[in-house]
Ligand binder design. Structure first.
Ligand SMILES: Cc1cc2nc3c(=O)[nH]c(=O)nc-3n(C[C@H](O)[C@H](O)[C@H](O)COP(=O)(O)O)c2cc1C
Length: 175
């Protein structure tokens, strides 16, 4: 699969077949995350593979997206590590880049994935459940599974809305 095909063809998957996702598959997604860019190359991200069914179910009860989480075969919890952060905006962007790499690698592997942010409303409950050290701050959860077989349409703003016109070229002033 070429890169653009993965970028444009990736969709959020919220319904899964329930088939297992192997540990090797998850490691491949994390390998993709590891190669994301980060400010100063500080790599502030940390990841936890959540594969235990009862933990997944408990997490599902902490979100409005209960069905997406409970239906997933695995979750990847994404954290920022206070030991390695330097600028909140840039660190969050770096974590976002890592998450996008996970989603793209999942697409290439024929897996379905969905980036979940709403669960952050229960951030401290999730952190407690996952018994993470105080230095780790949950920034997202990614639900992963085998996608059910159905069309998933993508909707995007037209190019004219997202591309801002630059100022007219400046004319050189005579000295
Ligand atoms: C920061 C962020 C938070 C998101 N949180 C959720 C969420 O809590 N639940 C959910 O179902 N989808 C969530 N999504 C997925 C978006 O809804 C989805 O990416 C968007 O609708 C575009 O659809 P597509 O990913 O299929 O192209 C989130 C995406 C991002 C980037």
């Amino acid at each position: 699969m070429d890169t653009f095909e993965a970028i444009a063809g990736r969709r959020s998957v919220r319904e899964f077949t329930g088939e297992p996702v192997s540990d090797a598959d998850l490691d491949r997604l994390l390998e993709a995350a590891r190669w994301a860019p980060s400010g100063l190359n500080n790599q502030p991200w940390r990841f936890m593979k959540v594969q235990d069914r009862s933990t997944i179910v408990e997490m599902s009860n902490m979100s409005r997206y209960r069905g997406v989480i409970a239906g997933a075969s695995a979750l990847i919890a994404v954290f920022l590590d206070a030991q390695d952060i330097y600028d909140r905006t840039k660190d969050l962007m770096s974590a976002g880049a890592a998450i996008q790499n996970i989603l793209l690698a999942a697409t290439e592997a024929g897996l379905g994935a969905c980036w979940l942010g709403e669960i952050l409303a229960r951030r401290s409950d999730v952190e407690e459940l996952l018994e993470v050290p105080d230095d780790l701050e949950l920034v997202a959860v990614v639900a992963i599974g085998r996608p059910t077989d159905r069309e998933r349409a993508g909707v995007r703003h037209p190019m004219e809305k997202i591309v801002v016109t630059p100022p007219a070229p400046r004319t050189r002033r005579e000295p």
